[in-house]
Design a protein around this ligand. Sequence first.
Ligand code: SF4
Length: 372
Amino acid sequence: MKKIGIYVHIPFCKRKCKYCDFVSFDDKLGLQASYINSVLNEIETCDKSGFIVNTIYFGGGTPSIISEDLIVKVLNKIKSKFKVEKDSEITIEVNPGTVTREKLDTYFKNGFNRISIGLQSSEKRLLRLIGRIHDYDEFSECLKMARNVGFKNINVDLMLGLPTQVMNDLTDSLNKVIFLKPNHISLYSLILEENTILEKEVRIGLYTLPTDEEERQMYDLAKKTLERNGYIQYEISNFAEKGFESKHNMNCWKQNEYLGFGLAAHSYFDKKRFSNTTDLNKYMENQKENVIINEIQTEEEEKKEYMLLGLRKIEGVSISEFERKFEINPLFYFRFEISKLVDEGLIEVDLDNIRMTRKGLDLANLIFEEFV
Ligand code: SF4
């Protein structure tokens, strides 16, 4: 039986970060109980079957801002509705400033076994500039509490390419995070999304961004620092101790299926990509009628997407797995794309893998363009 992941979206935050264009609200916390009822209803009435769940991920928004009992209700509903593998990875995203020891304890005792903490930077100046609600001390307190209640799989999110960020800021953040020994570190580049406050502030010249070259140097430095400290890079933006790679994300990069529940949640099932409405009222009125089909994949689209996702991984795309799935050799099917990228030094091919080179890692977008 096939294995799938489940994603649950909790669209509430304490305050909107200045760079954020995720579907999340800082003024609707009063709706949390009725929102969760809608999510429970969506799960209960889900008509998909024929799978076992092996990863569950509560993201947002800020899942830790709502009552822990509501979170547990949703997890229990998933467990009663679907067959969930015994050793599934069950993650919850939390933000410092919204967490108590009781909340963490409740998550852990009810089956969550992985926690992902949003720090972004250890520098007060940068945290303030991007509108985060916490400082490094609250983060460090949160991580220690998570460990004390029993979590043995902890991720920390960091960002680079922030306005006014210099190399020393990043080194400082990395050192302070590494000191606390989380098992996994995600390091994302800031993407300035249109219509966010930060995009406007940069556009009118209030702040300047690091140049592309500076950002590349920061990425290089981070990669070396993390690797020197025992974190293995397994995807463009993700580093982990051996055995602590995120199963949920790996499933997505392997083009495995997942179902998303909650506002704006995306799903990939039976070669279809679909998502729920981003309109909170509509979602709460009727979950079923507010699903948008984004893509029904043809065989060719499925193969291209498999490459696009698989090449994000440092191990790359396995030629034999591609052959097993699609009954054709990818070196033949994508012979033009692959020979062009090899000639440009962006990818390399060995006995069973097609993967990015060091140069390709810096210029990954050029690789992805070939498979869009
Ligand atoms: S905490 Fe996350 S989801 Fe909430 S506003 Fe900030 S970036 Fe957006």
